[in-house]
Design a protein around this ligand. Structure first.
Ligand SMILES: Cc1ncc(COP(=O)(O)O)c(C=O)c1O
Length: 391
């Protein structure tokens, strides 16, 4: 008997429920078409919204940064110092987002783990949308703060719950900007109004709004024209930016504080110069033109309109994230497998990422797709959907 014997049982249970994740192996760069497990497939699952993950300009920027700075940061920034590149990125990001200052982290996940425990503690309360991302949930757990979940995108419920806690001194409202499994957008203007009324701090995680919403992809705060009204913005450079890394945007006071208190900043090395240089090139690209953002949205309209016409339920999405609702996790997995056999890479998503009984195929649209690619994919969705009695 081994102490780790329970692992096999747990894995068997996941398999039985259709929830065992199969991590596919990608050979080569990201793009509309990729090679997965030796097979050329249409890529409908990456967060490479703007197709920047294999952009020649970004690659050149990274290569030059490697020549200038080498490949590794050698220690955490507070101990071994930081490069001029990291500082340039933070300055350019602040200008892009229209805030005073930003501080970068290793990922969006780390940014959430850094900021939440730095802002709230045991005496405080967090109000968190019930569908917030796992990194927000984990940030709240780390902070040991009491967390009150409000109904998804429901300002009335938030108002009721915050009213019941109105005497708590420090209150933090946290929401995803775009919900990663639904594609819907948080009612940020209403949330800001409630926050102002109850003197609560506001925090939005713009991971899927970055490069997608707002003027030229400036994100959800720009989309709603709420500049200066949201206290903390979390960003990631691992999705539309096509690279890796995360950041917090807000006032200089906030970022100065996180430099002292954000534990992933203090105790983990920064992303490499090559990553940072590529991210700087993304900001420059987005400042120059919004063509990629426009293409992403025209692909989104094209695909979603046709999928709805065919009879698929794509939920309440308002963004390129397209959940094709299936329900049963085993059926969703089967659907995804059949798509793969026919040359389409679109993963099924089940519990715990989405609630039990709400399994789906999550289609991620990108500026790299052509209408021809999408038309071809829709034909396959239709045929397989009919064969599995989904439509
Ligand atoms: C809302 C949200 N926040 C944070 C993250 C984590 O971002 P990263 O991949 O940069 O760690 C994700 C990624 O899935 C996300 O959807």
């Amino acid at each position: 008997m081994n102490n780790l014997d329970f692992i096999k049982e747990e894995l068997d249970k996941l398999k039985e429920a259709g929830l065992l994740i199969n991590v596919r192996t990608i050979e080569g760069p990201q793009g509309a078409w990729i090679t997965v497990d030796g097979k050329k497939v249409l890529n409908l699952c990456s967060n490479n919204y703007l197709g920047l993950a294999n952009d020649p300009q970004l690659k050149t920027a990274s290569q030059k940064a490697i020549d200038a700075y080498g490949v590794g940061p050698a220690a955490v920034r507070t101990i071994a110092g930081t490069t001029t590149l990291h500082k340039e990125l933070e300055r350019k990001l602040a200008l892009f987002k229209g805030v005073e200052s930003t501080i970068s982290f290793q990922s969006g996940f780390c940014a959430n783990l850094a900021v939440i425990p730095a802002i709230v503690g045991k005496e405080d309360v967090v109000f968190s949308d019930e569908l917030n991302h796992a990194s927000i949930i984990d940030g709240c757990r780390l902070s040991k703060t009491r967390t009150v979940r409000y109904e998804h995108c429901n300002p009335e419920d938030l108002q009721t719950k915050i009213h019941a806690e109105k005497d708590v001194k420090r209150k933090l409202i946290i929401t995803d900007g775009v919900f990663s499994m639904e594609g819907d957008i948080a009612p940020l203007p209403e949330i800001v109004e409630i926050a102002e009324k109850y003197k609560a701090i506001t925090m939005v995680d713009d991971a899927h709004g970055e490069g997608v919403l707002g003027r030229g992809g400036r994100g959800i705060v720009d989309h709603f024209n709420l500049h200066g009204k949201v206290d903390i913005e979390v960003g990631t450079m691992s999705k539309a930016f096509g690279v890796v890394g995360g950041y917090i945007a807000g006032t200089k006071k906030l970022t100065d504080y996180l430099m002292q208190k954000g534990r992933p900043f203090l105790f983990s090395s920064a992303v490499t110069a090559a990553d940072v240089a590529a991210c700087i090139a993304v900001v420059d690209t987005l400042n120059e033109s919004d063509d990629l953002v426009k293409k992403l949205w025209s692909n989104t309209g094209f695909f979603q309109d046709r999928m709805k016409q065919i009879g698929f339920n794509i939920g309440n999405t308002k963004t390129p994230i397209t959940p094709v609702m299936i329900g049963d996790a085993r059926v969703a997995k089967n659907f995804s497998q059949k798509l793969f056999e026919e040359g389409i890479f679109a993963q099924s998503i089940g519990y715990p990422t989405v609630p039990v009984g709400k399994a789906r195929i999550r289609v991620m649209l990108s500026a790299t797709h052509s209408e021809e690619d999408l038309t071809w994919a829709i034909e396959h969705f239709e045929r397989i959907g009919k064969s599995l009695n989904i439509i």
